[in-house]
Design a protein. Structure first.
Lengths: 372, 276
């Protein structure tokens, strides 16, 4: 090593030294002409700080995201704690959601001041959140899987690059735009064209859930489809990366014993990617559970009742927190806000479970690929 | 590796068979006529003419990058979906045009099996690895599957090692065992021709020997074409040797002829260069 270095330095015109770094105009930081270079400089400085600081400092810096998460959870639970005490277990089983009387004197329950008649039952919201997300997954997972397969196996490299760009654009569209499309276009379409067909479904238990009156097209199905479309890019791009990792030699092996494309997909590609796909599904689920604006605009935002059919109005935890926050703040006792915080706690627990599950499954999937 | 008495007898039988076949006019398993293959217009396999007789072992040797794999993959049309691939000329399998429009790729690939350089067991149980091809081609009823799996594993000498863990992942097996499993998988669909692309280049000497022994046992029921960069291996197992260079077939002849009295100077150089 040392001999190598000294011999390089001994050369009269070492091609390695001098020229590339200092001669290039990129090396000159001119912040007045290129303001973004200031940020570039800051980013470099930050990296230098993280990389050169003693280990304990980088450990502290690395821990910031984790500490932030813990702080958020603790603060949320602290805020919700009185509501958790008063609402008790009924919070997750009851359906009635009422702020109570604004005018009567507050009463004390379990040492907490609450308006008379305040009752909070989140069951329809929990169920609605799960239903809408499940619907989204039912739509998104097969579509994503199929499109990822087509992108990797059938399209040319050029075409699949374009699809990749398109997927990224889809991820970047603000959710309010999806909501607008769902409320103005998709909802009315489903109400006018799908619902009449669905009404031919026999009116018997279980199947009954797939027919029924439409409410301007706002409801479970519209929200679920919009959510599904929103999470397709997430699941599809993960699925695409997973399918790309399937060794060509394996697919060749399948074709070489005379498997059809379908058999290769099912018997060779699928076993290789399935745990990763479960992870990707959880990733999409995490997004669907927490999605707020698009759902609020398309679900009908009804309180106190679960959906009777896929065409019924419904509501989710996230949409309720947003839509009820204003009126909750008029509750002088603060109990309504605390109950919304309790809703938030439930959402964060569900979401954390999903995301941690996703990370575990995805890391296991990539680990599998590297070891074999 | 010990040669059991049974094995020795089958081998003697095989030799007897080979001799009979040589005496009789041996039919052509594969007949390659003016075959040229290109990637993006660049000729990789250049005007090959070659006849491979039924029940023989043919070794394809040559420097790397000379188009051996590409040629081998042309026989079972594995290049078809690679972008930029184009070809001219014909390849016949027992008199049938491989590149005819009405050829069913799936049945072609059942008849022409392939084993690859790196073992590539499927991500499913050991048992399933062998059964899936049988099932894909509906070669046997479900009730026979256990026997087929066992027979194929016994054939490649893997049964003792894996009989207790048929339901487990093949990735725990050693590289050599994985390659034997791939061999068993290829045999399970009852091919007539077996193509092997440097099947032992990632294996240890013991596993290599095991694979070589097996290949010698499979003829003359099977016709074998093996690409190898290991000249000693070609010498050990091949009946005929084809020497490729820069995409062309320089010389084709019996094993002894190629190694002992090569006609072409390039062949002589290549054959002697390695052995010094
Ligand atoms: N999929 C492919 N696309 C383009 N060129 C290829 C492809 N596969 C092989 N080649 C080219 O074809 C030539 C022959 O390759 P190959 O048949 O693998 O040689 P060998 O097996 O004799 O080492 C090489 O120059 C290689 O770069
Ligand atoms: Mg090769």
């Amino acid at each position: 090593m040392s001999t190598h270095t000294s011999s390089t330095q001994g050369l009269p015109f070492s091609p390695l030294r001098g020229s590339p770094l200092s001669a290039s105009p990129k090396g000159q930081l001119n912040s007045s002409k290129y303001p973004y270079r200031v940020f570039l400089g800051l980013a470099r400085w930050w990296r230098a700080v993280v990389e050169q600081s003693p280990q304990y400092l980088s450990a502290v810096l690395g821990a910031i995201p984790f500490l932030a998460l813990v702080a958020i959870v603790i603060i949320l639970f602290h805020e919700a704690f009185p509501a958790i005490k008063v609402n008790g277990g009924g919070f997750v089983t009851h359906s009635k959601w009422s702020v109570g009387s604004e005018y009567a004197n507050p009463i004390r329950r379990d040492g907490v001041a609450t308006p008379v008649g305040a009752t909070y039952g989140a069951w329809p919201l929990i169920l609605g959140t799960l239903e809408a997300s499940a619907l989204a997954l039912i739509i998104a997972v097969p579509v994503s899987l199929l499109s990822a397969l087509i992108v990797v196996e059938k399209l040319s490299a050029r075409a699949s690059r374009w699809v990749g760009v398109f997927l990224e654009i889809l991820v970047g569209i603000p959710s309010v735009i999806y909501g607008l499309w769902g409320a103005l276009t998709l909802g009315p379409f489903l109400a006018h064209h799908l619902a009449p067909i669905a009404n031919h479904i026999p009116n018997v238990p279980i199947l009954r859930f797939f027919r029924g009156p439409t409410y301007n097209g706002e409801g479970l199905l519209t929200a679920g489809v919009v959510l599904g479309i929103m999470i397709i890019p997430i699941i599809a791009s993960t699925a695409r990366d997973l399918i790309r990792q399937v060794p060509a030699s394996l697919k060749d092996g399948g074709r070489a014993i005379g498997m059809t494309d379908f058999e290769v997909s099912r018997k060779v590609i699928w076993p290789w990617i399935k745990s990763g796909i479960v992870g990707a599904t959880f990733l999409g689920l995490g997004r669907a559970l927490g999605e707020t604006m698009a759902v609020l605009m398309t679900c009908g935002a009804v309180l106190g009742t679960t959906a009777h059919s896929i065409f019924s109005n419904m509501n989710t935890i996230a949409a309720t927190i947003v839509s009820q926050l204003d009126s909750a703040q008029t509750d002088g006792t603060g109990f309504a806000v605390r109950s919304l915080a309790e809703l938030g706690c439930i959402l964060i627990v569900i979401t954390l479970i999903c995301n941690i599950g996703a990370k575990l499954l995805l890391s296991r999937a990539t680990h599998d690929t590297t070891t074999t | 590796m010990e040669i059991t008495k049974d094995k020795a007898i089958t081998q003697l039988d095989n030799f007897a068979n080979v001799n009979q076949l040589l005496v009789a006019e041996s039919p052509k398993a594969i007949n390659v006529c003016d075959f040229t293959g290109r990637f993006h217009g660049r000729t990789v396999v250049d005007n090959i003419n070659l006849e491979i007789s039924d029940g023989s072992i043919t070794a394809i040797v040559g420097p790397s990058g000379c188009g051996k794999s590409t040629f081998l993959r042309s026989i079972n049309r594995m290049n078809d979906r690679i972008s930029g691939w184009s070809r001219q000329g014909s390849i016949e399998l027992y008199g049938e045009q491989v590149y005819a429009n009405d050829v069913e790729l799936l049945s072609l690939r059942r008849r022409v099996g392939m084993v690859f350089q790196r073992p590539n067991p499927f991500p499913m149980s050991i048992e399933e690895n062998i059964a899936c091809g049988v099932r894909a081609h509906r070669l046997a009823p479900r009730s026979h599957m256990k026997d087929i799996v066992r027979a194929r594993l016994e054939e490649v000498g893997l049964w003792k090692a894996v009989s207790g863990r048929l339901k487990e992942s093949p990735f725990q097996l050693s590289g050599g065992q994985q390659q034997l499993l791939c061999l068993a998988r290829a045999l399970a669909v009852q091919p007539e021709v077996l193509l092997l692309d440097e099947p032992t280049s990632s294996l240890d000497p013991i596993s290599t020997q095991a694979v070589e022994e097996l290949l010698k046992e499979f003829v003359p029921e099977l016709t074998i074409v093996i690409v190898t960069h290991n000249l000693a291996q070609a010498k050990r197992i091949a009946d005929n040797v084809a020497f490729f260079m820069n995409g062309s077939l320089v010389e084709f002849g019996s094993c002894e002829q190629i190694f002992d009295s090569p006609k072409e100077p390039e062949t002589a150089k290549y054959v002697s260069g390695i052995f010094g």
